[in-house]
Design a protein around this ligand. Sequence first.
Ligand SMILES: *Cc1c(COP(=O)(O)O)cnc(C)c1O
Length: 411
Amino acid sequence: MALINENFLKLKAGYLFPEIARRVKAFVDGNPEAAKRLIRCGIGDVTEALPEAVRYAMHEAIDEMGDRKTFKGYGPEQGYDFLRNAIADHDFKAKGVNVDADEIFISDGSKCDTGNILDIFGRGNKIAITDPVYPVYVDTNVMIGNTGDADENGAYAGLTYLKCGPENGFVPAIPSERVDLVYLCYPNNPTGAVATRAQLEAWVQYALKNDTIILYDAAYEAFIRDPEIPHSIFEIPGARDCAIEFRSFSKNGGFTGMRCAFVVIPKGLMGKTADGTKQAIHPLWSRRHSTKFNGASYIIQKGAEALYTDEGKSQVKALIEHYMGNAALLVQACKDAGLAVYGGVNAPYVWVGCPAGVTSWQMFDKMLNEANVVITPGSGFGSAGEGYFRISAFNSRANVEEVCTRIKALK
Ligand SMILES: *Cc1c(COP(=O)(O)O)cnc(C)c1O
């Protein structure tokens, strides 16, 4: 019989979203009338239609595919130059940030990229994550064997957890010990927090001093409204020597069902072999990507390129304004209900403190049963998320207005 990867047995059996689905199903089965007014603000998935510029570009791309003179088969694994150049020019160079097109690797999603990146790192690295955290960073480290077992709180042996709370604005303090890899995600899912330039500078200084690589997830950069907040880790001097950045079209362009994202790896970024020899990271990822991936769809990449046209940009801006308008309403409703509210200003997530003595899951049940609204319990993102819940601003305006009314009516 074939041996299995036993690391998978260490995973806490899909604790968060399956448990939400189970409780929602039980509610719907038991309350068919109330179930009709159920509003879902749980999963972080976009709800509004794909921008028109994207749809036009994809129609054209499909027509090209329908003519053997312009038909495309396999494309470059790293992505088409038209998209890599558009990203380098618009997301980086136009903002004075030094990133070259050949440092950009197009993929079919940041979830895959943040997990797959572990392929090119060795075992035995000291790895830090924030708490609360996007669960993908944790579970992919468990799967590949970078951790021991989980304790009763769900914390894995061998991982360094960096506590985030209101006392540090949900941006972790610089650790006193060194780590090899640290995952940072700003604007943050789930807390909606952003990292200031000074905070990111401190992290880059720490990384340079300790030979740490920062894995920077900027999936929500388009939601930043405060002009002082950096959109990319590469806005920080020195970051090209210590950081990898993950970006996605999922949340800005509404591409969650389309699948297109990218990784930025500066050519000078170094790791080392066990004998201490320095080795560039960029060629390793290039080799990995072209061996295990055959490129994102031409049609989808054409759609992504259209996000960088004038029409595309204004349509993305309208989408962001819609979601951030929702976030502002949710923030105000929670404040009016007397709850402690964080996030929702530069991110599409509102992170809310439960009333005193109420746990995250108790609040989930209360919102489900009394308001018929599905939220996400903060404890599902790590033990430091206990006592909080997350409301997603990805919804129609009408649904958000109704959710606000119901939050204010909570007993
Ligand atoms: C939604 C999200 C992503 C994007 O994932 P895709 O696979 O590109 O859809 C990345 N990181 C975080 C934290 C997210 O919430």
